[in-house]
Write a protein that binds this ligand. Structure first.
Ligand code: HEM
Length: 436
Protein backbone atom coordinates (compact mmCIF):
# COMPACT_ATOMS: atom_id res chain seq x y z
CA UNK A 1 0.00 0.00 0.00
CA UNK A 2 1.28 3.53 -0.81
CA UNK A 3 2.54 5.49 2.19
CA UNK A 4 -0.03 7.77 3.80
CA UNK A 5 0.64 11.39 2.85
CA UNK A 6 0.64 13.80 5.77
CA UNK A 7 -0.46 17.02 4.16
CA UNK A 8 -3.15 18.93 2.31
CA UNK A 9 -5.32 21.74 3.62
CA UNK A 10 -7.86 19.38 5.25
CA UNK A 11 -5.32 17.04 6.76
CA UNK A 12 -4.90 19.00 9.99
CA UNK A 13 -8.67 19.15 10.54
CA UNK A 14 -9.06 15.39 10.29
CA UNK A 15 -6.43 14.46 12.80
CA UNK A 16 -8.41 11.79 14.60
CA UNK A 17 -9.93 10.31 11.46
CA UNK A 18 -6.46 9.97 9.90
CA UNK A 19 -4.96 8.60 13.10
CA UNK A 20 -7.72 5.99 13.38
CA UNK A 21 -7.40 5.02 9.71
CA UNK A 22 -3.65 4.56 10.13
CA UNK A 23 -4.10 2.48 13.31
CA UNK A 24 -6.65 0.26 11.61
CA UNK A 25 -4.13 -0.49 8.85
CA UNK A 26 -1.70 -1.89 11.43
CA UNK A 27 0.43 -0.66 14.28
CA UNK A 28 3.44 0.54 12.24
CA UNK A 29 2.79 2.32 8.95
CA UNK A 30 5.02 4.11 6.49
CA UNK A 31 4.07 7.75 5.88
CA UNK A 32 5.36 10.74 3.92
CA UNK A 33 5.68 13.97 5.89
CA UNK A 34 4.80 17.34 4.33
CA UNK A 35 8.52 17.97 3.73
CA UNK A 36 8.62 14.82 1.60
CA UNK A 37 10.63 12.97 4.27
CA UNK A 38 9.66 9.35 4.75
CA UNK A 39 8.93 8.02 8.26
CA UNK A 40 7.08 5.30 10.16
CA UNK A 41 4.21 5.95 12.54
CA UNK A 42 3.40 3.65 15.45
CA UNK A 43 -0.24 4.00 16.36
CA UNK A 44 -1.76 1.58 18.80
CA UNK A 45 -1.51 2.11 22.54
CA UNK A 46 0.49 -0.98 23.50
CA UNK A 47 3.07 -0.53 20.76
CA UNK A 48 3.23 3.24 21.31
CA UNK A 49 3.98 2.65 24.99
CA UNK A 50 6.69 0.15 24.12
CA UNK A 51 8.18 2.34 21.37
CA UNK A 52 8.45 5.42 23.59
CA UNK A 53 10.75 3.47 25.92
CA UNK A 54 12.45 1.29 23.28
CA UNK A 55 16.24 1.74 23.41
CA UNK A 56 16.54 0.52 19.81
CA UNK A 57 14.73 3.73 18.83
CA UNK A 58 17.44 6.30 19.36
CA UNK A 59 16.77 9.97 20.05
CA UNK A 60 20.40 10.92 19.40
CA UNK A 61 20.28 14.28 17.61
CA UNK A 62 23.41 13.72 15.48
CA UNK A 63 22.02 10.44 14.10
CA UNK A 64 18.65 12.00 13.36
CA UNK A 65 20.19 15.01 11.65
CA UNK A 66 22.20 12.66 9.45
CA UNK A 67 19.21 10.50 8.42
CA UNK A 68 16.96 13.51 7.87
CA UNK A 69 19.71 15.37 6.00
CA UNK A 70 20.30 12.41 3.65
CA UNK A 71 16.62 12.23 2.85
CA UNK A 72 16.36 15.98 2.25
CA UNK A 73 19.38 15.93 -0.08
CA UNK A 74 17.74 13.10 -2.07
CA UNK A 75 14.63 15.28 -2.32
CA UNK A 76 16.76 18.16 -3.62
CA UNK A 77 16.19 20.20 -0.46
CA UNK A 78 18.46 22.06 1.92
CA UNK A 79 19.64 19.48 4.51
CA UNK A 80 20.07 22.07 7.27
CA UNK A 81 18.02 21.26 10.39
CA UNK A 82 16.30 23.48 12.89
CA UNK A 83 17.78 23.92 16.35
CA UNK A 84 14.96 21.70 17.64
CA UNK A 85 17.05 18.80 16.33
CA UNK A 86 20.02 20.02 18.32
CA UNK A 87 21.66 18.43 21.33
CA UNK A 88 18.97 18.93 23.95
CA UNK A 89 18.06 16.18 26.39
CA UNK A 90 15.03 15.37 24.20
CA UNK A 91 17.36 14.65 21.31
CA UNK A 92 19.84 12.55 23.24
CA UNK A 93 20.24 9.03 24.58
CA UNK A 94 21.53 8.06 28.01
CA UNK A 95 24.00 8.49 29.64
CA UNK A 96 24.35 12.15 28.50
CA UNK A 97 20.55 12.54 28.46
CA UNK A 98 20.37 11.55 32.14
CA UNK A 99 23.20 13.94 33.05
CA UNK A 100 21.54 16.89 31.32
CA UNK A 101 18.13 16.07 32.72
CA UNK A 102 19.48 15.83 36.27
CA UNK A 103 20.72 19.43 36.03
CA UNK A 104 17.19 20.82 35.69
CA UNK A 105 14.87 18.12 37.03
CA UNK A 106 15.05 19.31 40.69
CA UNK A 107 13.28 22.48 39.56
CA UNK A 108 10.39 20.61 37.98
CA UNK A 109 9.36 18.19 40.75
CA UNK A 110 5.67 18.35 41.72
CA UNK A 111 6.67 19.89 45.07
CA UNK A 112 8.74 22.69 43.52
CA UNK A 113 6.09 23.36 40.91
CA UNK A 114 3.36 23.65 43.56
CA UNK A 115 5.24 26.69 44.90
CA UNK A 116 4.21 28.45 41.69
CA UNK A 117 0.51 27.97 42.44
CA UNK A 118 -0.16 31.41 44.00
CA UNK A 119 1.65 33.19 41.16
CA UNK A 120 -0.23 31.22 38.46
CA UNK A 121 -3.57 31.74 40.23
CA UNK A 122 -2.90 35.48 40.35
CA UNK A 123 -1.94 35.59 36.67
CA UNK A 124 -5.07 33.69 35.68
CA UNK A 125 -7.31 35.89 37.84
CA UNK A 126 -5.86 39.01 36.22
CA UNK A 127 -6.28 37.58 32.75
CA UNK A 128 -9.90 36.59 33.31
CA UNK A 129 -10.77 39.91 34.81
CA UNK A 130 -9.70 41.64 31.62
CA UNK A 131 -11.79 39.48 29.31
CA UNK A 132 -14.88 40.93 27.62
CA UNK A 133 -18.05 39.09 28.61
CA UNK A 134 -20.49 40.02 25.89
CA UNK A 135 -18.36 39.88 22.77
CA UNK A 136 -16.39 36.94 21.40
CA UNK A 137 -12.97 36.54 22.92
CA UNK A 138 -10.20 34.33 21.58
CA UNK A 139 -9.30 32.21 24.59
CA UNK A 140 -6.07 31.07 22.93
CA UNK A 141 -4.85 34.63 22.37
CA UNK A 142 -5.88 35.87 25.82
CA UNK A 143 -5.33 32.92 28.16
CA UNK A 144 -4.11 29.61 26.71
CA UNK A 145 -1.11 31.13 24.95
CA UNK A 146 0.09 33.89 27.30
CA UNK A 147 -0.25 31.96 30.56
CA UNK A 148 2.27 29.15 29.94
CA UNK A 149 4.49 31.54 28.01
CA UNK A 150 4.67 34.00 30.90
CA UNK A 151 5.25 31.19 33.40
CA UNK A 152 8.11 29.55 31.47
CA UNK A 153 9.66 32.95 30.74
CA UNK A 154 9.53 33.85 34.41
CA UNK A 155 11.14 30.54 35.33
CA UNK A 156 13.89 31.04 32.77
CA UNK A 157 14.24 34.76 33.41
CA UNK A 158 13.38 35.77 29.84
CA UNK A 159 11.93 39.26 29.46
CA UNK A 160 9.03 39.62 27.04
CA UNK A 161 6.92 42.40 25.72
CA UNK A 162 3.73 42.39 23.77
CA UNK A 163 5.37 42.75 20.39
CA UNK A 164 7.67 39.84 20.98
CA UNK A 165 7.81 37.65 17.86
CA UNK A 166 8.59 34.53 19.93
CA UNK A 167 5.08 33.24 19.35
CA UNK A 168 5.40 33.33 15.57
CA UNK A 169 8.82 31.72 15.73
CA UNK A 170 7.60 28.89 17.94
CA UNK A 171 4.61 28.26 15.67
CA UNK A 172 6.90 28.18 12.61
CA UNK A 173 9.33 25.81 14.35
CA UNK A 174 6.56 23.27 14.82
CA UNK A 175 5.71 23.18 11.13
CA UNK A 176 7.32 20.77 8.71
CA UNK A 177 8.25 23.40 6.12
CA UNK A 178 12.02 24.16 6.05
CA UNK A 179 11.31 27.57 4.49
CA UNK A 180 9.42 28.55 7.64
CA UNK A 181 11.35 26.51 10.18
CA UNK A 182 14.91 27.64 9.43
CA UNK A 183 14.44 31.43 9.55
CA UNK A 184 12.48 31.03 12.80
CA UNK A 185 15.17 28.81 14.25
CA UNK A 186 17.91 31.30 13.34
CA UNK A 187 15.96 34.27 14.69
CA UNK A 188 15.27 32.52 17.96
CA UNK A 189 18.88 31.44 18.33
CA UNK A 190 19.96 35.02 17.76
CA UNK A 191 17.57 36.18 20.45
CA UNK A 192 18.80 33.56 22.94
CA UNK A 193 22.45 34.35 22.08
CA UNK A 194 21.87 37.96 23.12
CA UNK A 195 20.07 36.87 26.27
CA UNK A 196 22.91 34.55 27.23
CA UNK A 197 25.40 37.41 26.87
CA UNK A 198 23.15 39.61 29.01
CA UNK A 199 22.82 36.94 31.73
CA UNK A 200 26.56 36.42 31.74
CA UNK A 201 27.09 40.12 32.35
CA UNK A 202 24.28 40.52 34.87
CA UNK A 203 23.20 37.16 36.36
CA UNK A 204 19.83 36.91 38.11
CA UNK A 205 18.09 34.08 39.95
CA UNK A 206 16.36 32.69 36.82
CA UNK A 207 17.08 29.28 35.34
CA UNK A 208 18.81 30.75 32.30
CA UNK A 209 21.46 32.43 34.47
CA UNK A 210 22.00 29.15 36.32
CA UNK A 211 22.45 27.34 32.99
CA UNK A 212 24.92 29.97 31.80
CA UNK A 213 26.94 29.38 34.96
CA UNK A 214 26.89 25.62 34.32
CA UNK A 215 28.20 26.32 30.84
CA UNK A 216 30.94 28.62 32.14
CA UNK A 217 32.04 25.99 34.65
CA UNK A 218 32.27 23.36 31.90
CA UNK A 219 29.29 21.18 32.98
CA UNK A 220 27.52 21.75 29.67
CA UNK A 221 28.81 22.86 26.28
CA UNK A 222 27.74 26.08 24.55
CA UNK A 223 25.59 24.07 22.13
CA UNK A 224 23.98 22.13 24.97
CA UNK A 225 23.18 25.41 26.70
CA UNK A 226 21.51 26.81 23.59
CA UNK A 227 19.59 23.60 22.93
CA UNK A 228 18.43 23.34 26.54
CA UNK A 229 17.05 26.89 26.40
CA UNK A 230 15.34 26.16 23.09
CA UNK A 231 13.77 22.99 24.44
CA UNK A 232 12.58 24.42 27.76
CA UNK A 233 11.19 27.52 26.10
CA UNK A 234 9.30 25.76 23.30
CA UNK A 235 8.21 22.67 25.26
CA UNK A 236 7.31 24.89 28.18
CA UNK A 237 4.46 26.66 26.45
CA UNK A 238 3.41 25.27 23.08
CA UNK A 239 1.83 22.01 24.28
CA UNK A 240 0.28 23.64 27.35
CA UNK A 241 -1.42 26.20 25.10
CA UNK A 242 -2.88 23.33 23.09
CA UNK A 243 -4.08 21.53 26.21
CA UNK A 244 -6.10 24.53 27.36
CA UNK A 245 -7.40 25.31 23.85
CA UNK A 246 -8.35 21.75 22.89
CA UNK A 247 -9.72 21.02 26.35
CA UNK A 248 -11.93 24.08 26.53
CA UNK A 249 -13.31 23.44 23.07
CA UNK A 250 -14.38 19.93 24.04
CA UNK A 251 -15.66 20.81 27.50
CA UNK A 252 -17.84 23.55 26.02
CA UNK A 253 -19.47 21.00 23.71
CA UNK A 254 -21.54 19.91 26.74
CA UNK A 255 -22.81 22.91 28.76
CA UNK A 256 -24.01 20.69 31.64
CA UNK A 257 -20.55 19.20 32.00
CA UNK A 258 -18.96 22.66 31.91
CA UNK A 259 -21.26 23.83 34.72
CA UNK A 260 -20.66 20.64 36.69
CA UNK A 261 -16.91 21.31 36.70
CA UNK A 262 -17.56 24.85 37.89
CA UNK A 263 -19.54 23.49 40.81
CA UNK A 264 -17.23 20.57 41.59
CA UNK A 265 -13.65 21.74 41.08
CA UNK A 266 -12.39 18.54 42.73
CA UNK A 267 -13.21 16.84 39.41
CA UNK A 268 -10.89 19.07 37.44
CA UNK A 269 -7.54 17.23 37.86
CA UNK A 270 -9.19 14.07 36.55
CA UNK A 271 -10.86 16.02 33.74
CA UNK A 272 -7.45 17.41 32.75
CA UNK A 273 -6.08 13.85 32.43
CA UNK A 274 -9.08 12.93 30.31
CA UNK A 275 -8.54 15.96 28.07
CA UNK A 276 -4.91 14.91 27.64
CA UNK A 277 -6.07 11.47 26.53
CA UNK A 278 -9.02 12.54 24.43
CA UNK A 279 -7.32 15.19 22.31
CA UNK A 280 -3.59 15.02 22.98
CA UNK A 281 -1.87 18.42 22.62
CA UNK A 282 0.99 16.60 20.89
CA UNK A 283 0.05 14.72 17.74
CA UNK A 284 3.29 12.73 17.46
CA UNK A 285 6.06 12.15 19.98
CA UNK A 286 9.00 13.66 18.11
CA UNK A 287 11.48 11.85 15.97
CA UNK A 288 13.29 8.62 16.78
CA UNK A 289 15.67 6.57 14.61
CA UNK A 290 15.90 2.79 14.41
CA UNK A 291 19.41 1.62 15.24
CA UNK A 292 18.62 -1.95 14.11
CA UNK A 293 15.61 -3.64 12.47
CA UNK A 294 12.69 -3.56 14.94
CA UNK A 295 9.40 -5.41 14.79
CA UNK A 296 6.12 -3.69 15.68
CA UNK A 297 3.00 -5.73 15.04
CA UNK A 298 3.46 -7.53 11.74
CA UNK A 299 5.96 -5.02 10.45
CA UNK A 300 9.72 -4.98 10.63
CA UNK A 301 11.03 -1.42 10.39
CA UNK A 302 14.54 -1.50 8.89
CA UNK A 303 17.54 0.11 10.58
CA UNK A 304 18.16 3.81 9.93
CA UNK A 305 14.49 4.80 9.59
CA UNK A 306 12.67 7.68 11.24
CA UNK A 307 9.89 6.73 13.65
CA UNK A 308 7.11 8.86 15.10
CA UNK A 309 4.72 7.71 17.82
CA UNK A 310 1.12 8.81 17.39
CA UNK A 311 -0.04 9.98 20.81
CA UNK A 312 -3.31 11.13 19.27
CA UNK A 313 -4.06 7.62 18.08
CA UNK A 314 -2.85 5.88 21.25
CA UNK A 315 -5.26 8.00 23.31
CA UNK A 316 -8.22 6.74 21.31
CA UNK A 317 -7.23 3.10 20.94
CA UNK A 318 -10.38 0.99 21.59
CA UNK A 319 -8.15 -1.89 22.72
CA UNK A 320 -7.08 0.28 25.65
CA UNK A 321 -10.10 2.47 26.46
CA UNK A 322 -13.81 1.62 26.47
CA UNK A 323 -15.73 4.18 24.36
CA UNK A 324 -12.50 5.97 23.42
CA UNK A 325 -14.31 8.67 21.44
CA UNK A 326 -16.26 9.86 24.49
CA UNK A 327 -14.88 12.55 26.77
CA UNK A 328 -15.70 11.23 30.24
CA UNK A 329 -14.47 13.46 33.07
CA UNK A 330 -14.96 10.60 35.54
CA UNK A 331 -12.65 8.27 33.61
CA UNK A 332 -9.42 7.24 35.30
CA UNK A 333 -7.49 7.97 32.11
CA UNK A 334 -3.96 6.60 32.15
CA UNK A 335 -2.49 7.99 28.96
CA UNK A 336 0.75 8.40 27.05
CA UNK A 337 0.33 12.09 26.37
CA UNK A 338 3.36 12.98 28.52
CA UNK A 339 5.39 10.14 26.99
CA UNK A 340 6.91 7.12 28.67
CA UNK A 341 10.37 6.02 29.76
CA UNK A 342 13.46 8.18 30.11
CA UNK A 343 12.05 11.08 28.05
CA UNK A 344 8.83 11.29 30.10
CA UNK A 345 7.80 14.94 30.09
CA UNK A 346 9.87 16.96 32.53
CA UNK A 347 7.20 19.66 32.63
CA UNK A 348 4.20 17.40 33.32
CA UNK A 349 3.65 18.77 36.88
CA UNK A 350 3.74 22.32 35.52
CA UNK A 351 1.39 21.61 32.61
CA UNK A 352 -1.05 19.89 34.96
CA UNK A 353 -0.96 22.73 37.48
CA UNK A 354 -1.52 25.41 34.83
CA UNK A 355 -4.43 23.48 33.30
CA UNK A 356 -6.01 22.78 36.69
CA UNK A 357 -5.86 26.44 37.67
CA UNK A 358 -7.14 27.72 34.31
CA UNK A 359 -10.08 25.32 34.11
CA UNK A 360 -11.02 25.84 37.75
CA UNK A 361 -11.11 29.59 37.21
CA UNK A 362 -12.85 29.51 33.81
CA UNK A 363 -15.60 27.07 34.77
CA UNK A 364 -16.24 28.91 38.01
CA UNK A 365 -16.26 32.42 36.54
CA UNK A 366 -18.14 31.72 33.32
CA UNK A 367 -20.78 29.02 33.77
CA UNK A 368 -22.60 30.21 30.65
CA UNK A 369 -19.58 30.20 28.34
CA UNK A 370 -20.10 28.83 24.83
CA UNK A 371 -18.30 28.68 21.49
CA UNK A 372 -18.78 31.87 19.49
CA UNK A 373 -18.43 30.16 16.11
CA UNK A 374 -19.49 26.88 14.67
CA UNK A 375 -17.16 23.96 15.49
CA UNK A 376 -16.62 23.41 11.76
CA UNK A 377 -14.90 26.81 11.52
CA UNK A 378 -12.16 25.92 14.00
CA UNK A 379 -8.71 25.42 12.48
CA UNK A 380 -5.68 23.51 13.73
CA UNK A 381 -2.06 24.55 13.41
CA UNK A 382 -0.34 22.82 10.46
CA UNK A 383 2.13 20.76 12.46
CA UNK A 384 3.16 17.10 12.35
CA UNK A 385 4.20 17.26 16.01
CA UNK A 386 1.78 19.65 17.70
CA UNK A 387 -1.99 19.39 17.82
CA UNK A 388 -3.72 22.59 18.75
CA UNK A 389 -6.18 25.19 17.59
CA UNK A 390 -5.18 28.46 15.97
CA UNK A 391 -8.04 30.41 17.60
CA UNK A 392 -10.88 29.59 19.97
CA UNK A 393 -13.51 32.36 19.92
CA UNK A 394 -15.80 32.02 22.94
CA UNK A 395 -18.69 34.01 24.36
CA UNK A 396 -18.01 33.96 28.05
CA UNK A 397 -21.30 35.40 29.29
CA UNK A 398 -21.78 37.03 32.66
CA UNK A 399 -19.99 36.15 35.83
CA UNK A 400 -21.32 33.62 38.31
CA UNK A 401 -23.54 35.94 40.30
CA UNK A 402 -24.74 39.54 40.18
CA UNK A 403 -22.48 40.22 43.16
CA UNK A 404 -19.47 38.89 41.25
CA UNK A 405 -20.46 40.96 38.26
CA UNK A 406 -20.74 44.07 40.43
CA UNK A 407 -17.44 43.58 42.23
CA UNK A 408 -15.69 42.58 39.01
CA UNK A 409 -17.02 45.73 37.34
CA UNK A 410 -15.97 47.91 40.29
CA UNK A 411 -12.50 46.39 40.29
CA UNK A 412 -12.11 47.13 36.61
CA UNK A 413 -13.40 50.66 37.10
CA UNK A 414 -10.93 51.33 39.92
CA UNK A 415 -7.98 49.99 37.89
CA UNK A 416 -8.96 51.67 34.64
CA UNK A 417 -7.57 55.17 35.23
CA UNK A 418 -4.26 53.71 36.38
CA UNK A 419 -4.00 51.67 33.20
CA UNK A 420 -4.89 54.70 31.10
CA UNK A 421 -2.12 56.67 32.75
CA UNK A 422 0.30 53.83 32.09
CA UNK A 423 -0.72 53.96 28.45
CA UNK A 424 -2.24 50.47 28.36
CA UNK A 425 -5.88 49.88 27.57
CA UNK A 426 -7.57 46.51 27.67
CA UNK A 427 -5.38 44.35 25.51
CA UNK A 428 -3.98 40.90 25.46
CA UNK A 429 -2.64 39.98 28.92
CA UNK A 430 0.60 39.48 27.05
CA UNK A 431 0.96 43.23 27.46
CA UNK A 432 1.54 42.71 31.16
CA UNK A 433 4.24 40.09 30.73
CA UNK A 434 6.92 42.64 31.30
CA UNK A 435 10.44 41.72 32.37
CA UNK A 436 10.64 39.75 35.58
C1 HEM B 1 0.23 19.67 28.09
C2 HEM B 1 1.48 19.99 28.03
C3 HEM B 1 2.60 19.06 27.66
C4 HEM B 1 2.58 17.87 26.99
C5 HEM B 1 1.37 17.13 26.43
C6 HEM B 1 3.94 17.40 26.90
C7 HEM B 1 4.33 16.20 26.32
C8 HEM B 1 5.62 15.72 26.27
C9 HEM B 1 6.01 14.48 25.68
C10 HEM B 1 5.08 13.50 24.99
C11 HEM B 1 7.35 14.34 25.85
C12 HEM B 1 8.21 13.14 25.42
C13 HEM B 1 8.58 13.21 23.97
C14 HEM B 1 9.29 11.98 23.45
O1 HEM B 1 9.41 10.97 24.16
O2 HEM B 1 9.74 12.05 22.31
C15 HEM B 1 7.81 15.52 26.54
C16 HEM B 1 9.12 15.76 26.88
C17 HEM B 1 9.53 16.93 27.48
N1 HEM B 1 8.75 17.94 27.95
FE1 HEM B 1 6.76 18.09 27.81
N2 HEM B 1 4.76 18.32 27.51
C18 HEM B 1 3.98 19.33 28.00
C19 HEM B 1 4.41 20.44 28.71
C20 HEM B 1 5.70 20.69 29.07
C21 HEM B 1 6.12 21.79 29.87
C22 HEM B 1 5.20 22.85 30.52
C23 HEM B 1 7.46 21.73 29.96
C24 HEM B 1 8.29 22.72 30.75
C25 HEM B 1 9.52 22.80 30.82
C26 HEM B 1 7.89 20.54 29.23
C27 HEM B 1 9.19 20.10 29.07
C28 HEM B 1 9.57 18.90 28.50
C29 HEM B 1 10.95 18.47 28.38
C30 HEM B 1 12.17 19.23 28.86
C31 HEM B 1 10.93 17.22 27.75
C32 HEM B 1 12.12 16.34 27.41
C33 HEM B 1 12.36 15.37 28.55
C34 HEM B 1 13.50 14.41 28.26
O3 HEM B 1 13.91 14.26 27.11
O4 HEM B 1 13.99 13.79 29.23
N3 HEM B 1 6.79 19.95 28.71
N4 HEM B 1 6.74 16.34 26.79
Amino acid sequence: MAPELFCGPDYWEQAHESATALRERGSAQRVTLPSGVSAWVISDYADARAALADKRLSKDGAGLRRVLGEQLVKLGKDPEQSRMFGDSMLMMDDPRHAELRSLVSPLFTPGRIQLLRPRIERLVAEMLEELPRREPVDVIEHVAFPLPLIVICELLGIPLDERDPMREWTAALMEDDPDRVLPASHAMQDRFDKLIVAKREAPDDGLLSALVQLCDSGDISGDELMDMVFLLFVAGHEASTNLVGNGMRHLLADPARWRLLGQRPALIPRAVEEMLRYDCPIRMAPYRRTTEPVRYGDVVIPAGEIVLVSLLSAGRDPAQYPQPDELDVYRDAKHLSFGQGIHYCLGAPLARLEAEIVFTALTRAFPRARLAIDESQLRHKPSVIMHGLVRLPVLLGGRTSPWDALTGGLRRLIRWPARRRAGTGRQSPFARSSPT
